[in-house]
Design a protein around this ligand. Structure first.
Ligand SMILES: Nc1ncnc2c1ncn2[C@@H]1O[C@H](COP(=O)(O)OP(=O)(O)OP(=O)(O)O)[C@@H](O)[C@H]1O
Ligand SMILES: [Mg+2]
Length: 349
């Protein structure tokens, strides 16, 4: 599979301003700190990691909704290579036809004073892509694909349930027929009973419209179900990247092992003994030297405290940033990975 998007050494550092000294910058939160990854055309790439690891920042930086501090991002579009960081405002608006975001909270992201027809049609109208009967036809088509009733287009968002609102958000993101969607926790805010429906909708739309997803999630069960590959993020960096099955069966990074062990399952016999992560998550404005995970890693030694490991290949399509990846025998979620793949539940990190 070819790359749709290449991300090289991407950094997003947020300045910390101290109020006492009139906004003097006293440090930086290194939310994303040297991420290199390819997103392949047609795949769903999962992005997991605990709260504050930089997932949302990475997803937004790719679209330049958040401005990167450094690095390169190249979008490969029908024979053209677009340098995303070089785009001016107009260029960006044009590229957003091809790249869109779906947010976690469908309540906050829909304008309550606009009808669903106007919410979904707005980008077509503003960008001069369609109007009149053509606009209506495109809105109706995407609304039906998203499992909504075209009869209800004149209603306002408050008239819809959480699941329906997320369908409206998805329709709004897809109406311009983008290729690439960043889905930032698209089902986390929904009732467990409708999470699977929305996941299935995203899958169907992907197949029908040839979409590529970056799927940000806390829910490792949903990730097992939805994703082809998974990247694990810790303190602004990718520490492991693998095909979903390999990641769940044979994790190579101690942090991934800890995440896997914490997946709750309905059957107590299938549960793994949780690997505890001692200590607090370090401050991303002052990350530990050496391997960023060493302060919480049960295998860490002097080398880990001194040298930062790089994300290096270990087997087919599998990469890991750990000095001892080839010697550690880590437990995967083998016992219930197959079950996870078949039944999206709500297992949270
Ligand atoms: N606009 C901002 N200004 C300053 N710091 C920020 C900003 N946005 C995010 N951060 C910080 O960057 C780090 C990464 O945040 P981010 O929201 O990307 O994490 P996340 O992995 O998406 O977390 P969650 O799982 O809770 O959504 C955090 O320490 C956060 O406080
Ligand atoms: Mg987030």
């Amino acid at each position: 599979m070819t790359a749709l998007l290449e991300i090289e050494d991407l950094r997003v550092h947020f300045p910390i301003k101290s109020g006492a000294t009139f906004g003097r910058v006293t440090g930086h939160v290194r939310a994303v700190d040297g991420v290199s990854i390819d997103i392949r055309r047609g795949e769903t790439l999962g992005l997991v990691g605990e709260s504050g690891s930089g997932k949302t920042t990475l997803g937004r930086a790719v679209l330049r909704v958040v401005e990167p501090t450094d690095g390169r991002m190249t979008l490969h579009l029908d024979g053209r290579d677009v340098d995303i960081r070089a785009l001016d405002r107009r260029g960006l608006r044009r590229i957003w036809r091809h790249m869109q975001l779906i947010f976690q909270d469908p309540y906050a992201s829909l304008n309550p004073r606009m009808t669903v027809r106007d919410i979904i049609g707005e980008s077509l109208l503003v960008n001069g892509i369609a109007r009149g009967a053509d606009l209506e036809a495109r809105v109706v088509d995407i609304v039906r694909r998203c499992g909504l009733d075209a009869e209800h287009l004149g209603r306002y968002p408050h008239a819809f349930s959480g699941g329906q609102r997320q369908r409206i958000s998805i329709a709004r993101a897809l109406v311009m027929r983008p290729e690439f969607i960043v889905c930032d926790e698209p089902i986390s805010a929904l009732d467990v009973s409708i999470q699977a429906q929305v996941l299935n909708l995203l899958k169907t739309l992907q197949e029908d419209l040839g979409l590529t997803y970056l799927f940000i999630a806390h829910d490792l069960a949903a990730v097992a179900y939805a994703c082809d590959r998974v990247a694990v993020m810790y303190l602004g960096q990718i520490v492991e990247l693998a095909d979903t099955r390999d990641l769940y069966y044979t994790p190579k990074h101690p942090y991934t092992e800890a995440l896997m062990s914490a997946i709750p399952v309905a059957d107590p016999d299938a549960a793994l003994r949780p690997v505890l992560l001692p200590g607090e998550r370090p401050d991303p404005s002052n990350p530990p030297p050496g391997c960023r995970f060493h302060t919480r890693c049960r295998y860490a030694d002097a080398k880990c405290r001194a040298e930062m490991p790089t994300l290096a290949p270990i087997g087919e399509g599998h990469r890991v940033a750990c000095h001892y990846a080839s010697v550690l025998k880590l437990a995967g979620a083998r016992e219930h990975a197959d079950k996870l793949a078949n039944a999206p539940a709500s297992a949270r990190i």
